[in-house]
Write a protein that binds this ligand. Sequence first.
Ligand code: FHN
Length: 500
Amino acid sequence: MKVLKYSMLTLLGMGLASGQVSAQWTGPKQKPAERKEVKYGPITPKNRTDANMEAFRNYGLGQFIHWGLYAIPGNEWEGVSARKGAAASEWIRTWSGPNAPKNWKETYDNLYKQFDPKSFDAKAWAKQAKDMGAKYMIFTTKHHDGFALWPTQYSDYDIMASPYKKDIVKEVVDAYTAEGIDVYLYFSVLEWNNPDYLTKAPVTAEEKAKYNKFLQYTKNQLMELLTNYPQIKGFWFDGTWDQSWVQSYDFTYNLEKELREKHPGLIIGSRFRNDEFGKRHFDSNGDILGDYEQGWERKLPQAYEWLDGNDWDAVMTIPPNGWGYMKDWSGLYTKTTDDLLDMLMQSVSLNGNFVLNFGPDGQGKMHPGEDKIAKELGAWMKVNGEAVHGARHADLPVSKLGYYTEKGNTLYLSVFNRPVNNIARIAVPKKSNRVPVSAQILGNKAQLKVVHSDIGLDLDKNTYYDVIIPKGYKSHRAFVIKMELGEPRKATDNLMDAKM
Ligand code: FHN
């Protein structure tokens, strides 16, 4: 099979080296001084209000599952680690350098002959996700190696060529849907071993004919997925950074329209396509392309303003990188439950969803480290899930103690930094008519004392409500203060302005 070399262009496309893409994820969006005509801009309005999109923005927590042939090696082969030879575990097919096994690509491309996951139980996966508090799940139908986990009529390189011979995508979609978890299908456009795939834009007549054949193949598979699995809520596209796809903006624009026509309410993220000027995720006017920002991958926005009001989700690995199964986690910092809870609440406090990745092994078993995290997250969500599911950004001065989320007249403060004086001071604009009037800690029935502390700072736009955390209250993990908001009991004193 033809092997593609990874050019700088590809890395540029991935945003690994281009200022344009990374600038969108390291601060507020840069919008052009003047708008210009963009023919291949957004197809759907920003912040759709239909039921599917309303459900999306209220998920809070999701699960990503990367599973495929790369799970068999688990980022190593015959005792040799691929850590220094491949960019990530699910990129192990690109393993190169002195410790890469001899004829590795050929070995990898024959792994399908041994893919027969005896421990695979989609219902057990779905139950684990349900207990963890996940409300949606993104599943890899086909990653960059091109191997399809569903029986596709458009390729022989699919699950029916393996000893397993059953429709894995259907098993996953059915099991998660039965648990009430919405399913989104991950689909890689990029296919390393497809002879019709090109990284660069086609130039010659032969290249154009070949790549057009690839585009039609891509469209056929996507339509097939919508036909086979009508329960799904959306697509999570990947591998759309190469110039071949970027220059196909007329095709991708019309393909997005056709997918939406075939599946009303379909949700598509901003990574699917670009405008005619090559602007990905956001068009040349800074308008989002797709229904939600899909660039928060292993990174999080640091302020509400960075989002420009767009819907978004952040996808996160437990190890530093590596989405597919990694047998050996030793020597790596793997995120703790507390790290992940902090990221979850940061995301929800900024109106985003947090999606945690799991990479099952070649037999279909989750990594023991993932099982532990899922259990601990689930225990926390069982007590505190109401501060996540359906909760949104609270328009309040940022707290030093943790993250605010809000639901109607209920305000939640997820405390990650417990104040040494046990006073959780809530800053509220003086003009606000919604202030904390009662408080309790989720999972604890006791009503907490709430004291209005008008500390009288000059030029201060805020007043303060102190929620007293009982000295005897112990917690080994973040806890959530739930407050009911109501009219302030007394007006804030008018103090003389300081004379300076
Ligand atoms: O190249 C892929 C990578 O393997 C992984 O699938 C992530 C998570 O979606 N996306 C791309 C890297 O940005």
